[in-house]
Design a protein around this ligand. Structure first.
Ligand code: ZN
Length: 302
């Protein structure tokens, strides 16, 4: 199935549901950053989570940035996603690998936490972005985002995120977000029915691997509650807006003497975008131009 995001409502708009499939884009992130298994799961969950968070925004250019810092060996990660379906991200140490946890799953919580913080920035494209930070619950990311939604955004939510990697390949990845809107939050029977169904659901990656599509998963959860699946299917993809010019603009930060040394040794400089790991190469001839611009004061390294 192609990577995509779909939305639905149920219970007369009292329930909002969003599902996203991110299998291919998680595989792309794994290849770009040369991610270990556990790093693939951590970044895959975070990218799916940030796409789900971005889906509730209204402005076309709106974006969500997700930052996790933790005391585990991976140290943390970054993901950002737009309402337009683009997402990118990286982890601080992509090579960390850990044994499976007691449930036989990739130990994302052990790689990231358990102690640390989750920072979410919602940027609508103008004005001051809204930033909020919560403590990590477990470092498993799904639980941390659920806690964030309940405390910082006061929206009772169930969030499932899953990434399944086998034989160096991402077989299934994505997530599901079910939110109870204020008008339905007082309906205790509805809330407890939903809770028991979500608890009874398999892990999200198992659902996908068993061949279920997003509409089938929605149907299973909300089919008898006035489910209304929106016809729009939003394609989602890994995308970084970096350009050669933007990335090489950081080269003057190396300083005049280092640049002069590289030119003397006829070396090609490499400038790397840490969001997507794209490497841009700058040959000595071009380095000479940069250096002469720096020396004539045309370029300010700050
Ligand atoms: Zn980039």
């Amino acid at each position: 199935m192609t990577d995509q995001l779909i939305r639905a409502t149920a219970a007369n708009n009292g329930i909002r549901a969003v599902g996203v499939i991110t299998t291919n884009l998680t595989q792309e992130a794994r290849e770009r950053h040369n991610l270990s298994y556990v790093a693939t799961a951590a970044l895959g969950r975070s990218m799916a989570g940030s796409l789900l968070l971005a889906s509730s925004m209204k402005q076309p250019q709106a974006r969500v940035t997700l930052r996790i810092r933790g005391n585990g060996p991976m140290k943390g990660l970054y993901a950002d996603a737009g309402l337009n379906g683009t997402v990118r991200g990286y982890v601080h140490d992509p090579q960390v690998e850990l044994p499976l946890n007691l449930e036989g799953k990739l130990d994302v919580g052990g790689a990231i936490g358990p102690i640390g913080s989750l920072n979410i920035i919602r940027d609508i494209g103008y004005g001051e972005p809204h930033s909020s930070t919560t403590e990590l619950v477990s470092g498993e990311i799904g639980e941390d985002l659920t806690y964030y939604l309940a405390t910082s955004e006061q929206t009772p939510s169930a969030l499932m995120l899953g990434v399944f990697v086998e034989e160096k390949h991402v077989e299934a990845a994505g997530g599901l977000l079910i939110q109870i809107m204020p008008k339905a939050a007082t309906d205790e029977a509805l809330v407890s029915l939903l809770e028991s169904r979500i608890t009874g659901l398999q892990s999200f990656s198992s659902l996908l691997r068993s061949g279920k599509s997003l509409p089938m998963i929605f149907e299973e959860l909300l089919g008898d509650l006035g489910l209304d699946i929106f016809p729009d299917v939003l394609p989602v993809k890994f995308h970084c807006p970096c350009t050669r010019d933007r990335v090489t603009a950081a080269l003057p930060l190396l300083g005049e003497s280092d640049l002069a040394d590289m030119i003397a040794r006829e070396e090609t400089a490499e400038a790397n975008c840490h969001f997507c790991n794209e490497t841009y190469r700058v040959p000595p001839l071009e380095l000479r131009e940069i250096l002469s611009q720096m020396r004539s004061g045309e370029m300010d390294p700050d």
